[in-house]
Design a protein around this ligand. Structure first.
Ligand SMILES: [Zn+2]
Length: 67
């Protein structure tokens, strides 16, 4: 079982899905206006979707994602 790093309660497994037709999901060190830069962490599939596997804590609304 994965425990929340924030509140130590059990986390539920799942996927974060997002539409991303261009460039996949990127990780940014800070927010940029037009999403320039960033390091790609996951490529979109043939349908333009990105899925990142991870865990969610409903208690404190924390997401723990793997790539
Ligand atoms: Zn939590």
């Amino acid at each position: 079982m994965t425990l929340c790093p924030n509140c130590s309660k059990p986390m539920a497994p799942g996927f974060l899905g997002s539409e991303s037709f261009v460039g996949g999901s990127k990780w940014f060190l800070e927010r940029t206006r037009l999403a320039f830069g960033g390091e790609e962490v996951s490529k979109p599939n043939a349908f333009g979707m990105v899925y990142l596997a991870g865990f969610r804590c409903r208690e404190c609304k924390t997401l723990l994602l793997r790539y």
